[in-house]
Design a protein around this ligand. Structure first.
Ligand code: UDP
Length: 412
């Protein structure tokens, strides 16, 4: 059954010194006629991953501006999440086919969770494919239903797209990070583009003094007086930690006192992550200047913040990326950034302006070297990066976009 998540409270007023006055006014103006509207967000987990991160900020802010918003997590067991993981990978292009039993498991859990929809809502927002079939099974009511897809559906495995299509047909509107992520054909209703955002006041992103940041980093081993290159990512082949180590080794020939930190969260129940963490450690061999850290070393949100705030250069050498919130987070901390030209990264890094976009290990190493050897230019670029994030990728902008969607649907 659906389980409510306690999101605490946040106040939009706290953001007034961070985002523009115009944006704040726009949010207030859009919120006013929506006062008291009931909003339900449903997703599959309240812990880990970008969706949970966003909802912990977005839902309390929706409440603060006058809506009545809730977030509920669907119930599922391993059999369901096994199917949804395959489905997720297939939707992103892997040639995985779901069996009839898989499909039945998926339907069964969606149907079960619909049973928890006992209240009346004005807007129901279903995040990602896991709860997508709830719409089909829900009683016909006055709510507007929105499917918020956080993944790239541009090259889906056809079988699984065919399974998904009838589920999303009944929604009033669908939302994607980028136009390129909309699936081919006329498969999703009324697609709207809305990139994600980070919360500048969350522990992960709140301002830390340079002293506090280096005090925290120091406790994990790096010499805070020497240059530090950082990648924050799950231990996953698509994040290419070995490529980061290769690039670091190339840079180190020119900047011998360089250190590297690979910070990545890892669930103890994710054998793939554990194995890949191990492979990254083996690849680092016994280089004492490489620090491979994870939540198993007690690296949480504030520690990630400290590493991002302290590093001399932040890299994100992904082979494939959804949006790349770690890039947003690094830019927000005014860090010189070098990242792959994939997924949502080019929306954030304007090459040569707010950081560097790269397409190979060699290019990554060359750009990191450039930034380390010319700190003034690096600083100027990083400042522009922060402004870019301030303008486009902070939670108040996301809130404004959601209110815009509610207004549009209310009028339709
Ligand atoms: N993250 C974290 N600790 C880690 C690794 C990642 O808190 O050790 C966070 C990271 O700060 C970001 C999110 O997980 O907020 C990852 O989002 P992103 O879009 O970069 O990649 P995804 O993991 O969704 O592919």
């Amino acid at each position: 059954m659906l389980r409510a998540v306690n999101v605490g409270s946040k106040s939009l007023a706290d953001y007034h010194s961070i985002v523009s006055r115009d944006l704040m006014a726009e949010v207030r103006a859009l919120a006013q006629p929506l006062e008291g509207k009931r909003v339900l967000h449903v997703n599959a987990t309240s812990f880990g991953g970008g969706v949970a991160e966003i909802l912990y900020s977005l839902v309390p802010l929706m409440n603060d501006v006058g809506l009545d918003a809730e977030w509920k997590v669907m119930y599922g067991r391993d059999d369901f999440f096994g199917v949804t993981k395959s489905m997720h990978n297939a939707l992103q292009g892997e040639p995985i086919t779901l069996t009839d039993e898989d499909k039945a498991t998926f339907e069964r859990y969606n149907l079960m969770n619909v049973g928890g929809l006992t209240d009346d809502y004005d807007y129901v927002i279903i995040h990602d494919p896991q709860p997508a079939a709830m719409r089909m099974h829900a009683p016909i009511d006055g709510a507007k239903w929105i499917w918020r897809c956080h993944i790239d559906l541009s090259t889906p495995h056809q079988d699984v797209l065919d399974f998904l299509t009838p589920m999303v047909e009944g929604y009033d509107l669908s939302v994607f990070h980028m136009a390129q992520y909309i699936p081919p054909g006329d498969t999703v209703p009324e697609p709207v583009i809305m990139p994600p955002a980070i919360d500048p006041l969350a522990p992960k992103n709140m301002a830390l003094s340079p002293e506090d940041a280096s005090y925290i980093v120091d406790q994990f081993g790096p010499d805070v007086e020497r240059p530090l290159m950082l990648q924050v990512s799950r231990f996953d082949p698509w994040k290419d930690p070995m490529g980061v180590i290769d690039a670091y080794r190339m840079v180190k020939k020119k900047v011998p006192d360089l250190q590297l930190a690979l910070v990545g969260s890892m669930a103890t129940d994710d054998p793939e992550g554990v194995e890949f963490y191990q492979r990254s450690e083996d690849y680092a061999a016994d280089d004492p200047d490489i620090y491979i850290l994870s939540n198993l070393n007690n690296v949480g949100a504030v520690e990630v913040n400290a590493f991002q705030s302290h590093s001399d250069v932040v890299v994100q050498k992904s082979i494939r990326e959804g949006f790349g919130l770690t890039v947003t987070e690094g830019l927000w901390k005014a860090r010189p950034s070098v990242a792959s030209n994939v997924g949502g990264i080019p929306l954030q890094i304007v090459d040569g302006q707010t950081g560097y976009l790269v397409s190979s290990i060699e290019e990554c190493a060359a750009r990191v070297t450039d930034l380390l050897l010319d700190p003034d230019a690096a600083k100027a670029m990083a400042r522009r990066g922060k402004q870019h994030v301030r303008h486009d990728f902070l939670t108040p902008r996301l809130l404004r976009d959601w209110l815009g969607i509610f207004t549009r649907l209310a009028d339709s």
